[in-house]
Write a protein that binds this ligand. Structure first.
Ligand code: PLP
Ligand code: SF4
Length: 445
């Protein structure tokens, strides 16, 4: 299959869109000016069930919908489009709207940039002791875009918001200088959009450096869903599998961190074959997804997702809460609802599927899991805990928030038992006041 992508400039040529009304097509166009939009022929021909549009989950995953913009933002862009405004005023309005949508949640830009020899290390984030995130500069796009994506500013051409680097040498120095680092996580975008040659140019120096502390390389990807041929019969698929094998043979654990949002994404022989090819290299496959209204807010969907993944040799890893960015109002659901869905799916799968952890919020202080709702001395509360924290000492200490049936994110929660602050807030604030960069936060243990 030859790859053919559609964006806002040519989406009207998509044959399947004949079934949509002109109004629906205009909505795609208007919203697609603000949120990222790209689909391809595999998604169109194999993943979307067109009999089920507009409710089809993969249609909602890839096509902008009117309600993804707040009404006043929608009206603003619609007005410009209807006046046949030039590209420039539309882009300016879209940029302004994007900036109001919390494009870098969880303090990603300011607080997680590491330093090497006093210089900031571009394309790298280091928040939790063991794992650095690396954004290879050629891997900052994807074979198609997810409408919920919190990485969306990277794709919308707001160049000052992009953070990407090709500084593999500096990264190697940094990892060598920080012996607690065991994992490098390649992320994006989608690093597997890179040619095997470019990916090898990033991976080979890491293997050659033989860093004694580096044990694992993870690659986050959605290519299994959006272009499984990358692993099967592309120009350099064989070379990609050989590269995976080289990483494994160098004694490193290679984990392909796959994003599957809905079981329909696994329902194709191409995906099954691709998973098998990957596993034959000795790489592990772990899976993660946010829980999203309009796509997968149903316990039975998650039960099937985990069951099918384990059938196909994947290890379920995380269920995330949708981040407070972009079209959050469209996708988010109350924390209590996410927990109920998690529980109702989890209690119906075998222990082999219960490697999954969640539901989890990736917040500025850390990854916080919602353990459940309970009552303590007459007060209804959420029980929470950190799975990862800016301060490692916060991890796995249960703490409590006032029950709130509408809350969708940490910032809407208040401490239980009339306490003024959550236990971690003083440390968090002091860290920022002293302007300690993230890597050294760990030195105050
Ligand atoms: C989730 C995350 C990691 C990886 O955490 P694990 O619990 O090891 O999977 C690393 N860095 C950041 C910034 C993260 O959000
Ligand atoms: S594949 Fe990943 S980075 Fe790309 S749009 Fe989807 S969620 Fe975002």
């Amino acid at each position: 299959m030859d790859y053919k992508a559609y964006s806002i400039s040519n989406f009207r040529k998509i044959p399947q869109l004949q079934i949509l009304s002109e109004e629906q097509k205009q909505n795609i166009e208007i919203v697609g000016h603000v949120l990222p939009f790209k689909v391809n022929n595999f998604v169109l021909d194999h993943l979307i069930n067109w009999d089920d549009v507009p409710n089809d989950p993969i249609f909602n995953l890839t096509f902008p919908q009117k309600e993804m913009l707040l009404p006043h933002h929608y009206e603003e862009i619609a007005g410009l489009v209807q006046q046949d405004a030039e590209a420039r005023p539309i882009k300016e309005a879209a940029d302004r709207i994007r900036l109001s949508l919390n494009p870098h949640p969880a303090g990603q830009m300011e607080h997680n940039i590491p330093y090497v020899n006093g210089e900031p290390l571009p394309g790298v984030q280091h928040k939790y002791q063991q794992t650095v995130l690396y954004f290879p500069s050629h891997g900052q796009t994807c074979f198609a875009y997810c409408t919920f994506c919190f990485r969306w500013p990277q794709f919308t051409g707001m160049s000052e918001l992009r953070f990407a680097g090709r500084e593999m040498e500096l990264l190697i120095d940094y990892v060598r200088e920080h012996p607690k680092i065991t994992d490098i996580l390649f992320t994006g975008g989608d690093p597997l959009i890179m040619s095997t040659k470019n990916l090898a140019a990033n991976l080979e120096p890491l293997l050659d450096a033989k860093l004694p502390n580096l044990r694992r390389i993870r690659i986050g990807t959605k290519t299994l869903t959006y272009w499984p041929f990358r692993f099967l019969n592309g120009d350099d698929s064989r070379e990609l599998m050989a590269l995976f094998r080289r990483v494994v043979n160098a004694g490193l654990h290679l984990a392909i961190m796959v994003h599957f949002n809905h079981p329909n994404e696994l329902d194709s022989p191409f995906v099954r074959d691709a998973l098998q090819c990957i596993r034959e290299t000795g790489a592990e496959v772990r899976t993660q997804s946010p829980i999203l209204r309009h796509i997968n807010d149903d316990a039975e969907v998650w039960r099937r997702l985990w069951d099918i993944q384990v059938d196909q040799g994947c290890v379920p890893y995380y269920m995330f809460i949708a981040r407070d960015t972009g079209a959050h109002h469209y996708f988010s659901l109350p924390l209590v609802r996410a927990w109920e869905i998690f529980r109702n799916a989890y209690k119906n799968v075998s222990g082999l599927c219960r490697t999954v952890r969640g539901p989890t919020m990736s917040t500025n202080p850390g990854k916080i899991q919602i353990l459940g709702v309970t009552e303590i001395r007459g007060e209804k509360v959420f029980e929470l805990r950190f799975l990862q924290g800016r301060d490692p000492d916060w991890v796995h200490q249960p703490f409590f928030a006032k029950y709130d049936e509408a809350a969708t994110w940490l910032n809407e929660l208040k401490p239980a038992f009339d306490e003024k602050r959550f236990f971690f807030e003083d440390t968090l604030e002091n860290t920022y006041r002293e302007n300690i960069s993230m890597p050294t936060i760990y030195n105050y243990e």
